[in-house]
Write a protein that binds this ligand. Sequence first.
Ligand SMILES: Nc1ncnc2c1ncn2[C@@H]1O[C@H](COP(=O)(O)OP(=O)(O)OP(=O)(O)O)[C@@H](O)[C@H]1O
Ligand SMILES: [Mg+2]
Length: 494
Amino acid sequence: MGRLETKLLVLLVLLIAVPISVAFMRSQTLFDRSLAVGLNPGVTEALDDAVEVFGAYVRSEKARQEALARGIAEGRPLADRAAAGPDAVRDLLRGHARAPRVQRIALVGGPGVADVTVESPTFGDPARWRVRTLELPLTGVPGYAALRYTFGLEAAFLDRFEAMEAEVIAPRAALETYREELAADFALRFLLPLFGAVLVAGIISVVVGRRITLRLKTLRHAMEQVAAGDLEVRVAPTGRDEVADLARGFNDMTRRLRESRTRIEHLTRVSAFQGIARRLAHEIKNPLTPILLAVQQIHRSYKGDDARYRRTLDSAHEIVVDEVATLERLVTNFSRFAKLPTAERVDEDLAAFARDIVAAHPEIEGLSAETPDRPAVAAVDKGLLRQALTNLVKNAGEALRDVERAPRVTLRVEPTADAVRLVVEDNGPGVPRDARERIFEPYVTGKDDGTGLGLAIVKKIVLDHDGSIAVTDSAHGGARFEIVLPRHVEGEPG
Ligand SMILES: Nc1ncnc2c1ncn2[C@@H]1O[C@H](COP(=O)(O)OP(=O)(O)OP(=O)(O)O)[C@@H](O)[C@H]1O
Ligand SMILES: [Mg+2]
């Protein structure tokens, strides 16, 4: 794993783990504290006391009612009243029924005797009460078998107690039993998402980090290749982020380096050839005149009448004059190539310039200019550029020499945003793909009478103008030479 990936991983994990861990520890404390409050022995005792008190109350109330009932059942007055008849009994019971919580008191009659029942006038709504009935057998009460004593305990009070039992006391007891488990469960519920989040963060950081570092590694590898001298490397600028910008910048840089290397290589080669041409021109030029003079002298000075010798002399003289003329042309070409001046560039309208060049070469059949109506201005050395364009249209004319179809040579001027494109195209045989680099080299020619310097000169002039030149297929079916010249001189304000 790269350093960047590790950093990303650590950062993301920390970002997630630290706040969650802090939150976990805080809530753990809070949880423990609330458990401690809930399961505090004081609270437990208080609750136990409450249960105790309640039970005692219920028990004592029941006992009190039972004692009251028993008092009635076993007391003398009841036996006396029973003997006096049912009205007397009712009278007595009515008195007892006034006691609080009593609903009804009844005497269950023995065989042949009707029950006597007295309702409490103060008992009220039975829904308020939980009603209990005591049935006490009677002995010594003539005619009656049992006392049925019905009383109530406050329903609201009992309900509250039962609710307390169900909602507080029972869960509390359960809580007590599961206290440990609860704490573990709480921790688990917190830690599981924490680990999940850390894991997800880890995976994300590794994936994201790897994507970035892989692309950076590719870039670094490409840079090493460039450092080792390979300018052909390119990196695919995937995505739309800064790394992709970097890749695009890198490709742009290698393209510029390639261009400038090609330029320097060509200019170096051309300059070496210029040196050779200068020396050759010098060495050849000097003996040419004496050779010609000597031959002319021999030719003129023979006064004899040997016809065969005369013919030999004539033909030798003709050959020498012809070859010397060729050599002189070669020497002129060589010296012109050797003495190419440096470009002095000024703004010119290349549209008018191209029309002038076409007009100056009526001998080239089918030559025409295609220029825009508005001026196409670029900073050029007119003399040098004329030489370059003349070489191109001449080559086109020469390429069309042995062609059957009607010759067509077009010199086109196309202004673009920051450059002017000059195109020379013809409908000749074209330049084979594998020769397209080579023909710009000095002394590369496909013609018997060519020196192979024309295109080398064109390329040098174009490079001296910070431009570029390439040959492709023409729409006319022949060769298409395209020169691109920047509108402004590099380094000067546009
Ligand atoms: N328009 C063209 N169509 C086809 N081939 C071409 C064209 N222009 C140039 N060439 C080829 O490129 C070669 C090199 O051209 P270049 O102008 O450098 O030299 P040259 O014309 O042979 O000789 P020089 O120009 O010195 O008289 C030519 O010999 C020819 O084979
Ligand atoms: Mg030529």
